[in-house]
Design a protein around this ligand. Structure first.
Ligand SMILES: Nc1ncnc2c1ncn2[C@@H]1O[C@H](COP(=O)(O)OP(=O)(O)OP(=O)(O)O)[C@@H](O)[C@H]1O
Ligand SMILES: [Mg+2]
Length: 327
């Protein structure tokens, strides 16, 4: 993507001049609060909406010029689920397959494999309206994969699901990458999910990319890890000496009788710290290593928190509105 921009109705700047690259075979996470521009970005790349400005290329196909080809290599599991309630899971999959021009025999075989992969085989012949939220998500995953795309876009694949179901979905996503080598571009509100699942993360806020990197790189933007060390007595050791001895240490404070040491790569400095303290006659009775989280990164960058509950509320509202419209 190069300078990709979307202005809705000439006034709402939803995506503001974003440029970055997603690598083949990676799980890329797009993280940001409500209204940040995640879905808008995904929908531009999916050819569903036209960018106002900018350039994007998917596997060499130019967005806006080769959209037919792009549609053939991408799969989408949208934020607003699309499976038809009045059909069975299997019928939905076969419908999707025919829309993509996958022949029936191939589709059947793939459907079987994919349904097995997401543990939905036994429920395939039930009407979708009897499915739970997690089952719907899994069905949508199969639907998005039936034409064997090279890139799969997942817009909030786990929103509103319970912790176990979310963990299951992560497993499917990991498997997909492993078995099919698919590139995955997903959005999420869940920091922990992005952290555990994604190779790289882009944080978007108010339409702008404010950070991009591996979860580790992003967390390294913070001053560092914190080591909390409980000591019996300091034995006249001046803790200000520590940063001079170990260059990774940024700061040392005494908090509630514990040493709070801010350091880069805590797992490496921790043994050194214990050695030095012991050498100086300081008796360390317990240590705790606190790693910075993506939540803290977002807070650090924006001064605000990403609110997970808010996202859920907005999805629920939209679902209610949709149902009303149908009635
Ligand atoms: N069709 C539209 N017309 C006008 N404005 C829109 C439209 N779709 C989205 N927007 C606005 O564009 C901005 C980005 O919305 P978008 O849906 O891309 O955000 P998001 O990051 O996906 O948010 P969420 O986490 O709630 O899904 C918001 O201000 C939103 O109100
Ligand atoms: Mg969205």
């Amino acid at each position: 993507m190069e300078g990709l921009t979307k202005i809705y109705n000439g006034e709402v700047l939803a995506v503001d001049n974003i440029s970055f690259e997603v690598y083949e075979g990676e799980i890329f996470g797009f993280l940001g609060p409500n209204g940040a521009g995640k879905t808008t970005t995904i929908n531009m790349l999916n050819t569903l909406i036209k960018p106002t400005k900018g350039y994007a290329e998917l596997y060499g196909y130019v967005l806006g010029k080769e959209d037919d080809k792009i549609r053939r290599i991408i799969g989408l599991v949208p934020q607003e689920l699309t499976a038809d309630d009045e059909l069975t899971g299997y019928e939905n999959i076969m419908l999707q397959a025919s829309l993509y021009g996958v022949d029936k025999t191939t589709a059947k075989k793939r459907a079987e494999d994919l349904l097995n992969m997401v543990d939905l085989y036994d429920a395939a012949n039930r009407l979708v309206k009897t499915y739970s939220g997690g089952m719907r998500r899994r069905l949508e995953l199969v639907m998005g994969l039936i034409h064997y795309p090279k890139i799969l876009f997942l817009d909030e694949p786990t929103l509103g699901l319970d912790v176990q179901t979310r963990a299951k979905i992560w497993e499917y996503i990991r498997n997909l990458r492993k078995e099919y080598g698919i590139t995955i571009f997903m959005t999420t509100h869940y920091m922990e999910e992005a952290d555990q699942l994604c190779d790289r993360i882009g944080i978007i806020d108010k339409g702008k990319i404010i950070a991009l990197g591996t979860p580790r790189e992003l967390k390294n933007m913070l001053k560092g890890d914190i080591i909390l060390a409980e000591v019996n007595n300091l034995n006249n050791f001046d803790t200000k000496e520590l940063p001079k001895i170990i260059s990774e240490i940024k700061d040392v404070k005494v908090v509630d009788g514990k040493l709070a040491i801010t350091t880069e790569r805590g797992e490496n400095t921790l043994p050194k710290i214990i050695n030095i303290l012991t050498e100086k006659g300081v008796n360390v009775t317990s240590v705790e290593l606190l790693k910075p989280s993506l939540e803290q990164v977002f807070l650090y960058l924006t001064g605000r928190k990403i609110r997970e509950e808010e996202a859920l509320d907005s999805i629920k509202m939209r679902a209610i509105m949709r149902r009303r419209r149908r009635m």
